[in-house]
Design a protein around this ligand. Structure first.
Ligand code: CDP
Length: 809
């Protein structure tokens, strides 16, 4: 038999398990137009909903007249807050403990806010009727600057003051102004101030991490279908957390949870944009209940950019202290966080500023303090983790800029400054000054590998020569070397620390082995392009010896998948990946007992060998997993239940802490402000690597979104609260034209607490990439006196930096 001559290595290769660059099984469908996205769902009698939106950023809504709109042929209903109020659905809870208007309730707080929902036989009739709904507005003073909001007499949210006009408490404690949402602190303030005040060297900087937007290719949408006969509501939608949506819909609608089925079909990218709940979801459900017909709502691109969850908008003020030799002694950070009209940040309940308190980064900083003030303004709500784990992008940008600023102050090489301050390998598990326990890391090895790969000393010599040539008038191009070393924090999270709306952030996997030895696995997560169907099958293949190609993987249907908290914050591998390994191990344990029975030996006398159990010391006596699976269904085995399946709900003991070392080499045309990325080297350490090819794809995608954010992507407002970048004509979405060739590399430092040692990776390249691109731009001008300039570094801003430094004279 062929099987008998195969080596264990051959058999392992045939499984396509962990470590294999298995081709993405999803792509067979996706590349042939067979994806099934929300807008592909077409149901008999389906209606379409469209929103009337506010043109004003701050206004009182005096009246809404839908008479003319109702006359448009095909229009079935125009729903306003007055219709939702009797149902208690005119406001909805946000993930951040605040509440948000579903439809304008007497007032609008940002441009594009949902005012009325028109339901019609087709989307064209709905769009025509939207134009005919007459809304009378009374304009109110607009505040788009969070610092002004905290000084202004204009109270944006009437529910933040008592009858005497005094600010009431918010979800995270007292407010110090009606437009103030919370203050959140971590670390020791007095001790940090004392260290900084007595330090040999102190560097200070204020930086603005601008407002941007995740911009997935597919916008948000939903289809609600209420079956009045069975009483069952089915809701398809672009949900990154379908189970949480089911629970929330049940809680706010009063429909029993077993009568709600939430389905996330294929999702065309999420990046945090599809974590929260939007008015469209609520309105499509209400409209379906009211009309008794399915109702679809699909956002257009402008609606997506202008109104669904934004990211960042953090003003970060830092102080960092060090000895003259460059050993960092203290870090102080104060953030003013612009949350827009409602606090709809998608963060675990106890973390109103997400994981901003990882802002000590990869460095052994003994004393630190962080305070974050959340503020209301007349901008769209959101504050989602755009391809990052709850504000870790802001934290890493902050510390990686502060390191550069400190290097300038010390007149020291920034690579060397990092090396001096890295947490050492032997310090792990490492307790940070702001409260995290980093699980594992080997930063010096990664950094040295990166420096060698790019010939760092050679690059610096070339850069110095370029400066000389520029000064001598021989060139108009400068060279920037961008460095970044990041530590991510992914895998939220231990249930004791992390919950969303009171739901602990565990995750789950259920595996069923069929009699013929193939399998189906269902998870509580949902892929949005990350390739879960490919990689999670690989974990099972390695754990129980069934080929990955023989495993179907399903996610996203709450009627069939075990309860899970979804996919965002690179949590799938650290949490659901661990659940997958644990469920597989339960199956393996049962398979061992079955094998021992079949081989007529004691359980302890067989051992697992790739795809079979073998009698110890007698390798010719074995039972393959296929044989064991069949026996599980057709043999009466004393003391063992028939069947072969298992489920695991996994509560991780800690987060995982992937890290990486990035270098960007950039030439900048001083006269046009155009950067040319000559080289980008990215070393990632995500612990055990499940699928190297998918990891590489994740790195390419994350870096490209980092390039976008650093070099141009922004949601900008004018002083009237008008969105200036509401279309893809103005909002930078990079294409193959702008994207450089990325060189990827890796080290492997497994997580000690994860069953297979894996850490997340999906967001790391974004987290590490943004400061790397930004540092490259800033580094190009270091020799000419630049300390810091804010992102996004579009051509005009780079040109202006050069101009302000007198380089055009
Ligand atoms: O939660 P999300 O899927 O966005 O992020 P992730 O857990 O970092 O996983 C992204 C993709 O990379 C998945 O297909 C993972 O299975 C894969 N991955 C891997 O192959 N090896 C790792 N150590 C981490 C992730």
């Amino acid at each position: 038999m062929k099987d008998e001559v195969q080596t264990p290595e051959d058999r392992a290769a045939g499984l396509k398990g962990m470590g294999c660059s298995r081709k993405r099984v999803e792509d067979v469908r996706f590349t042939q137009g067979k994806g099934n996205y929300v807008d592909d769902i077409k149901l008999d009698g389906m209606l379409f909903g469209d929103f009337v939106r506010s043109p004003y950023a701050h206004a009182r809504v005096k009246s809404i007249n839908s008479e003319e709109a109702m006359k448009v042929p095909g229009v079935v209903a125009v729903i306003t807050a007055a219709d939702l109020e009797p149902l208690g659905l005119h406001w909805m809870p946000t993930l951040a403990g605040d509440k948000q208007m579903v439809l304008a309730d007497g007032k609008v707080l940002f441009q594009g806010q949902e005012v009325a929902f028109v339901v019609a036989e087709d989307r064209y009739a709905a769009a025509d009727a939207v134009e005919l709904v007459e809304v009378e507005y009374e304009e109110l003073p607009v505040i788009v600057d969070p610092f002004e909001a905290l000084k202004s007499d204009v109270v944006l949210r009437e529910d933040t003051v008592d009858e005497n006009g005094k600010a009431t408490d918010g979800a995270h404690g007292p407010r110090n102004h009606p437009n103030h949402i919370f203050t959140w602190e971590a670390g020791e303030e007095a001790e940090t101030n004392a260290v900084i005040d007595s330090a040999e060297v102190v560097a200070e900087e204020t930086m603005y991490y601008h407002r941007t937007h995740p911009c997935p290719l597919e916008t948000c949408g939903s289809v609600a279908s209420m079956d009045k006969v069975t009483g069952k509501l089915t809701l398809w939608g672009t949900f990154q957390a379908p189970h949480a949506i089911r629970t929330v819909v049940s809680l706010i609608s009063g429909i029993a949870e077993h009568n709600i089925r939430v389905i996330s079909p294929d999702i065309g990218g999420g990046f945090g944009n599809k974590v929260g709940a939007y008015s469209g979801y609520v309105c499509s459900v209400v409209a379906s209940i009211v009309t008794g017909r399915p109702v679809k709502w699909i956002e257009d691109r402008m609606e997506n950019l202008m109104t669904t969850a934004f990211a960042r908008d953090y003003w970060m003020k830092g102080k960092i202290s060090a000895t003259k030799e460059g050993k960092i002694t203290g870090l102080h950070c104060h953030v003013t966080a612009d949350h827009g009209g409602f606090d709809a940040c998608a963060d675990p309940t106890k973390f109103p500023a997400g994981f901003m308190n990882i802002c000590t980064g990869s460095y052994d900083i003994p004393t630190a303090y962080l305070a974050v003030d959340g503020v209301y303004t007349n901008k769209a709500p959101g504050g989602v983790s755009y391809r990052c784990s709850f504000r870790v992008t802001e934290a890493v940008y902050f510390i990686e800029r502060m390191i550069e600023v400190l290097a300038i102050k010390l007149n020291m090489d920034a690579a060397e400054l990092r090396r001096i301050n890295f947490i050492k390998k032997e310090q792990f598990p490492y307790q940070s000054a702001l409260g995290w326990e980093y699980d594992s890391g080997d930063y010096h090895t990664a950094w040295d590998k990166a420096m060698k790969a790019v010939d760092y000393d050679g690059l610096r010599a070339e850069q110095a020569q370029r400066v000389e040539d520029f000064k001598a008038g021989k060139t108009r191009s400068l060279m920037g070397i961008g460095l970044s070393f990041f530590t991510e924090i992914v895998g939220a999270g231990p249930v004791k620390n992390c919950d969303i709306l009171g739901l602990g952030m565990f995750d789950s996997c259920e595996i069923r082995i069929h009699p013929t030895g193939s399998a189906i696995a269902r998870l509580g997560t949902i892929s949005q392009g990350q390739g879960h169907a490919t990689t999670f099958s690989q974990i099972i293949a390695s754990e129980i010896g069934i080929p990955a190609d023989d495993i179907t993987l399903e996610e996203g249907d709450t009627d069939t998948a075990p309860y899970g908290l979804g996919t965002y914050g690179s949590r799938s591998t650290p949490v659901a990946g661990a659940a997958t390994a644990m469920a597989a191990r339960k199956i393996r344990a049962k398979a061992q007992m079955i094998a021992a029975y079949l081989l007529e030996v004691h359980d302890d006398d067989v051992e697992f060998d790739v795809d079979r159990f073998v009698v110890k010391g007698a390798p010719e006596r074995f039972k393959t997993m296929k044989e064991i699976a069949f026996a599980a269904y057709n043999q009466a085995i004393p003391g063992i239940e028939p069947g072969l399946e298992a489920v695991s709900y996994y509560d991780p003991p800690n987060m995982t802490y992937p890290f990486g070392a990035y270098v960007c080499v950039m030439d900048i045309d001083v006269d046009t402000g155009v950067p040319d990325i000559r080289r980008f080297y990215a070393l990632d350490d995500c612990g055990t690597r499940i699928n190297p090819m998918i990891i590489e794809g994740q790195v390419h995608g994350g870096l490209t979104e980092a390039l976008a954010v650093a070099l141009g992507q922004e949601i900008a407002y004018d002083e009237m609260g008008n969105v200036k970048t509401g279309t893809l004509m103005d909002f930078f979405l990079p294409t193959a034209w702008e994207v450089p060739n990325y060189e990827t590399d890796y080290t492997v430092t497994p997580s000690p607490h994860h069953p297979i040692g894996a850490k997340g990776v999906g967001e790391s390249p974004h987290v590490g990439g943004v400061p790397c691109f930004s540092n490259a731009v800033q580094d190009a001008f270091r020799a000419f006196g630049l300390t810091h300039t804010n992102m996004p570094h579009d051509h005009w801003r780079i040109w202006k930096t050069a101009n302000d430094l007198g380089l055009h004279d």
